[in-house]
Design a binder for this molecule. Structure first.
Ligand SMILES: [Zn+2]
Length: 277
């Protein structure tokens, strides 16, 4: 039984609700701060150490460039460093050649900091399609974890027909794997992320994870630094649910879930090794 906690490392204002960019830009008077993930990441790393849990950190290339020492700290703590793309934007709108070129450069950013190129990829906002997978495989990635096999939620995500557990995808000999994010089996309601813990409670997420584990499938959870960032500004015009309960409440809730689950907590790279042999 395996739980993979994943952390999408980015600024607090990335991955928010559509249409909030203008409000945030006005708040910061056009100059957005960098490194807002550093403090929350420290709390996440300490929590993982307490729980003897190892995670996969999908780091945005832009954030890795802004704070290479944080990437080194993630690596030194025994976790996996993977890629969240270079910029936090909708990659489905890029041409495949543009995506391949950008990710080739992005992989070099990680190689410079960690000494190796990342195996794993997660698309910003979980926006992925089969053609993109081929481009990612071509530049050297070995797995993706962007598919949320849930009912479709317009503007958010949903790949209703995708398998619930890891599967081979891609073209080049099919050695490329997809590790889908946790959803409720049968109902196919999304359940794997920090937003769900903050808005629907830890029991909702923990129940979905237990149902997946009972089916013999690994459960992939995801959180963002935002989820445990106590200093996130509450701005008029940004929907309440997007920043609800960010901070210590959610850090404790995530820790509670990990402590309750009597199973191993490892990075996705460990699963990849097992599934590909
Ligand atoms: Zn993201």
């Amino acid at each position: 039984m395996t739980v993979c906690l994943t952390v999408d490392v980015e600024e607090w204002y990335h991955d928010l609700w559509p249409g909030t960019d203008r409000i945030i830009s006005e708040y910061y008077k056009g100059t957005l701060p960098t490194g807002t993930f550093v403090e929350p990441l420290k709390s996440i790393l300490q929590m993982l150490e307490r729980q003897h849990a190892w995670a996969t950190f999908f780091v945005l290339g832009e954030s890795a460039t802004a704070s290479p020492e944080m990437v080194e700290q993630i690596l030194d703590s025994g976790h996996e460093v993977a890629s969240h793309g270079y910029l936090h934007k909708d990659l489905t709108k890029m041409s495949l050649d543009e995506l391949a070129g950008t990710e080739k450069r992005n992989r070099a950013v990680f190689r410079k900091i960690t000494g190796e190129e990342p195996k794993g990829f997660r698309a910003p906002n979980f926006k992925v399609n089969p053609k993109m997978i081929n481009a990612l495989e071509r530049v050297g990635y070995e797995y993706d974890s962007s598919v949320v096999p849930s009912i479709s939620i317009p503007g958010w995500f949903g790949y209703f027909n995708a398998p619930l557990g890891p599967y081979r995808t891609g073209k080049l000999g099919s050695s490329f794997f997809e590790f889908p994010v946790a959803v409720f089996p049968h109902l196919r309601l999304p359940a794997g992320g920090g937003w769900f813990i903050r808005n629907l409670g830890s029991r909702y997420v923990e129940t979905a994870i237990r149902l997946l584990l009972r089916k013999g499938l690994p459960a992939i959870m995801y959180i963002h630094p935002l989820d445990v960032y106590a200093n996130v500004p509450r701005l008029e015009g940004i929907p309440f649910h997007t920043t609800r309960r960010c901070g210590d409440y959610t850090l404790k809730a995530i820790e509670h879930i990990l402590a309750n689950l009597d199973c191993r907590k490892v990075p996705i790279r460990d699963l990849l090794k097992e599934y590909s042999t």
